[in-house]
Structure formats: structure tokens, C-alpha cells
Design a protein. Structure first.
Length: 239
């Protein structure tokens, strides 16, 4: 078995049967995606450490950590695992999700360029938006499903009176803040995390911590840090 074949085998093991089923349902070509991941992975540990120190790792969305990471063991991968452990996920669940997110991110498309900028500052709903320009749910990571919902909710209160008809239609598909909004991306987030075996409290904790990042860094609502022991305590998310 070659080194590449061995690394492929490890990735498939880490994703697990449940994860492979999820990706298959999403229409992702898993073999091609794995090949792209392996081409991306190189021995860049020192470079990544330097980037993390200068890039304020605590200000990075959780799926963005996977985007910046080359291996689960590098500084971004370790922070990703730390966060998921904080909300009670097992190392096996964290490892599977890391590979699922990597495979989603490996699909080439119009989102590739947007992902090169800090994710927390990305806008999904603009006056030029329309239902046709909205990204496919299956091609978004968990953090992006939250980001587009959060951005649509904000646009609902901030810009709804000024948006053209098509942009308003797009907003209503993505937002979850009124009875007539469809919350399609929030529903997709809940369905995916449920398939991954998360509890509702874990899904709520992940969502809350990601929104703490956008509220602080994008909207300037507060200075509270995210992904701390306090903000990950599942008791506050249990119903």
C-alpha cells in the first residue's frame, strides 16, 4: 500500500460509515474530494503555527479552522477538536466531522474565493442576491450554514425596506426570524448535526458560540469571547 493509499484509508476510517452516508446523500464525489485534500496537505506545521499566532485563532469560525488546516494534528485542527470536546463531542465525532468538513470544502465552486477572506465578515445577502444566487445547502459547512442564517436575519431588520424584490425573496429563504421566513439553512444545520449524532444541546451550543463570534466581530454588539468553558456549558442549552 502506497503512502497516498494509506492516508486515504485513514481519512475514510475517520469519516466513518455514518459520515460517508451523509456525504453520499449530499452528492459529493468522495474519492475526488479526498484526492484534492491529499494534494493540499503538505508539511506546513511551522507556517501554520506562525499564521495562527498572527491571525488570532480565537476569532476564527469553527469550520474555517478546518479550511485553514492541513491535518487534524496542526494548530488549527487542534483548536477545532478542542472546541468540539468543549460541547461534549467525542474525539471520534470530532475526527469524523473534521473530515466531512474537509470534503465539503474540497468541492470547487463559487464559494472558493469567498472563503479566502475572514469568514466572520462575509455577507451572503446583498441587493444583488436572488434565490438563484444562494449557495446550495449541501456545499456549505456547518459554520457557513450559521453564517448565512445570521446574515439574513440581520439584513431582515437592517435592510428589508431597501432590498429589491429578488433579494427580499432570497432573504426569506435564508432567514429564520419571522413566521414567513423559511429558515432553510438553519433546518439543514439541524438535520446534519442530528445525522452526526449530536444532541439538541450540543447543536445549540455550537450555534450560540459561532453567533458570539459574529455578534462581536461583525456586528459589534459585545466583547464576550466565544468557545470558553462558560459558553460551552451544555446545561444552559438543555430544554
Amino acid at each position: 500500500m502506497t503512502d497516498i493509499e494509506e492516508r486515504k484509508r485513514i481519512i475514510f476510517e475517520q469519516v466513518g460509515g455514518q459520515g460517508l452516508n451523509i456525504l453520499g446523500e449530499m452528492g459529493i464525489d468522495i474519492d475526488s474530494a479526498v484526492d484534492r485534500i491529499l494534494r493540499k496537505q503538505a508539511n506546513q506545521q511551522e507556517i501554520l503555527k506562525a499564521q495562527a499566532k498572527s491571525g488570532a485563532i480565537n476569532n476564527i469560525m469553527t469550520s474555517e479552522l478546518v479550511y485553514r488546516s492541513c491535518l487534524p494534528e496542526d494548530v488549527y485542527g487542534q483548536e477545532f477538536t478542542r472546541r468540539l470536546r468543549g460541547i461534549g463531542l467525542t474525539d471520534e465525532q470530532a475526527s469524523s466531522l473534521y473530515q466531512i468538513e474537509q470534503l465539503i470544502l474540497s468541492v470547487d465552486g463559487k464559494l472558493s474565493e469567498d472563503r479566502t477572506q475572514p469568514w466572520v465578515r462575509r455577507y451572503f445577502i446583498t441587493p444583488l442576491s436572488s434565490p438563484e444566487t444562494l449557495p446550495e445547502k449541501e456545499l456549505l459547512t456547518l459554520s457557513e450554514l450559521i453564517l448565512i442564517t445570521d446574515d439574513a436575519n440581520s439584513a431582515f431588520w437592517r435592510d428589508h425596506h431597501a432590498l429589491p424584490e429578488k433579494a427580499w425573496a432570497a432573504l426569506c429563504i435564508a432567514a429564520c426570524c419571522a413566521q414567513y421566513t423559511e429558515a432553510q439553512y438553519a433546518i439543514a444545520f439541524n438535520e446534519r448535526t442530528e445525522k452526526c449524532g449530536w444532541s439538541k444541546a450540543q447543536s445549540g451550543a455550537y450555534t450560540k458560540n459561532e453567533c458570539l463570534l459574529t455578534e462581536r466581530l461583525k456586528w459589534g454588539h459585545h466583547e464576550e469571547p466565544a468557545w470558553t468553558r462558560k459558553t460551552c456549558d451544555l446545561k444552559q442549552y438543555q430544554r
